[in-house]
Design a protein around this ligand. Sequence first.
Ligand SMILES: NC(=O)c1ccc[n+]([C@@H]2O[C@H](COP(=O)([O-])OP(=O)(O)OC[C@H]3O[C@@H](n4cnc5c(N)ncnc54)[C@H](O)[C@@H]3O)[C@@H](O)[C@H]2O)c1
Length: 339
Amino acid sequence: MALHSLLIIGCGSIGERHLRCFQRTGRAQVSACDANPALLETMAKTYQVPTFDHWEKALAAQRFDAVVICTPAHFHIPMAVRVLQQGCHVLIEKPLSQSMAGVDDLLKAHALSGKQASVAYVLHVYPLLIQAREFLRSGEFGPIRHVTSTSGQYFPGGRPAHTVHYSQTYYRDRKMGGGAIQDALTHTANWVESVVGPTDSVLCDCAHQVLPGVTVEDTVNVSARHGDILVNYTLNQFQAPNESTLQFNTAAGSVKIEFHHRRWGTFKLGDAAWNWRDVPPADRDAPFIAQAEAFLDQIEGKPSRLCSLEAAARTLRFNLAALASADAGARVHCDRVIA
Ligand SMILES: NC(=O)c1ccc[n+]([C@@H]2O[C@H](COP(=O)([O-])OP(=O)(O)OC[C@H]3O[C@@H](n4cnc5c(N)ncnc54)[C@H](O)[C@@H]3O)[C@@H](O)[C@H]2O)c1
């Protein structure tokens, strides 16, 4: 099959990773676009790709099969609408946006386009999560009653050394999708929603505790309701160990996922120990290559394995409700978010 022509808009930390990972599929001819000329030069030299300094000029100059949007969140919706109107498939980085403005227009543009659109909540391609969700959906342990999520990592350590310091990126400003809720917690919330359904309401507390150079929250606690299921999230972006544990509890047993040990397990009522299933170690690009393959499969007509626009819009409500709850010191219902 001919290579898919693909444009990456925004070649910062995650855009460069997408560029490299789509190249590594061997199924795409990738071009790069960024507003930063020095970065573009690095992309051209490192990956031998054609470059564009303006996304609209790029779309006018060439017909791309698909576009991957990796700019900060406040650009995602206007860019995605335009890309779909141009007749290209689109993969949008998370979060879908930092406000509900334009979400309905995007859904309409998608419906009219006949093109594929997904949001790059990369947890959807993690093998241990796919296996654990399949088990949870099998109903063997009965209905989920309680979910706990504890995670943390040293956020500055995750960015490649040659990229702009995190304190100078979108991360510093909630209006650009910054802070722990929109940047990190959104991944877990989106995946938990894929298991237990949309979040109804949240009670959130958050604060800036440690990260230098920024004032946005780097630490967050959320108590959420998904129908009659209670969910608790706790996360920070400064702790030394990069660890993340998710546990789903039913009356008959529990399912635990330990990202840092690359394993998930079951513990049935009456058992004496966890029954673990290990997944093989993988490098940091592996899930992004898997995500690229899934997106290319999707544009070739196979069923989507990635997060839909509608699911990402629901998680956007979670993000905004959590921010509003923290600001108000009160529980906020996700369907009442209007921002
Ligand atoms: N899925 C993940 O694991 C993951 C990881 C990191 C970031 N992200 C998300 O990806 C997005 C980008 O994050 P990042 O860390 O790569 O940010 P970044 O600041 O490192 O890179 C963003 C790039 O976009 C470019 N840009 C900004 N406006 C532009 C425009 N109008 N036209 C062309 N280029 C433009 C900037 O010059 C910059 O190079 C955010 O939404 C973030 O939440 C996702």
